[in-house]
Design a protein around this ligand. Structure first.
Ligand code: TYD
Length: 134
């Protein structure tokens, strides 16, 4: 599957580094919600769902975690460990997050407010619901 990683320009000088996130510029949608995961204990696994409409960009602003993305055809496993890189997670992509580093802060930008009815939490349902599925 096609993995979209957005390079985020870092403004750095002797005072440190700064990344700016802008709707419609480096983030390919209007940002309606931001949430972040932290204090994720050792061995924790999160996610295990897909969305019908929601689009998201995930950024490991500190530490690292591993993403498993699955579009129903292919499963891709990638380490997110760079605060200057955004991982695009489109709708109808099953995601699992594992191997959180102890210091991990995973920030997620979303194009809609939280809506439980947009979640697909069962993998077999996800496979059935993928649009255009043969
Ligand atoms: P959950 O979907 O289990 O997180 P993950 O995808 O990382 O496994 O969400 C954990 C809890 O937080 C759950 O009770 C729903 C709530 N929540 C919100 O209230 N707003 C949000 O934007 C998100 C993502 C979750």
């Amino acid at each position: 599957m096609d993995i979209k990683l957005i390079p985020l320009q870092t403004h750095g000088d002797e005072r440190g580094s700064l990344v700016a996130l802008e709707s419609g510029n480096n983030i390919p949608f209007e940002i309606k919600r931001v949430y972040y995961l932290f204090n994720t204990g050792k061995g924790v696994k999160r996610g295990f769902h897909a969305h019908k409409l929601l689009k998201q960009v995930a950024i490991a602003v500190r530490g690292s975690c591993r993403f498993i993305l699955d579009d129903g055809k292919e499963r891709v496993n990638l380490l997110l460990d760079n605060p200057a890189q955004g991982l695009v997670i489109d709708s109808y992509v099953w995601r699992e997050m594992v191997d959180f580093s102890e210091d991990c802060v995973l920030m997620v930008l979303a194009d809609e407010l939280y809506d439980e009815s947009d979640y697909i939490r069962n993998y077999d349902d996800f496979l059935e619901l993928i649009p255009g599925r043969a």
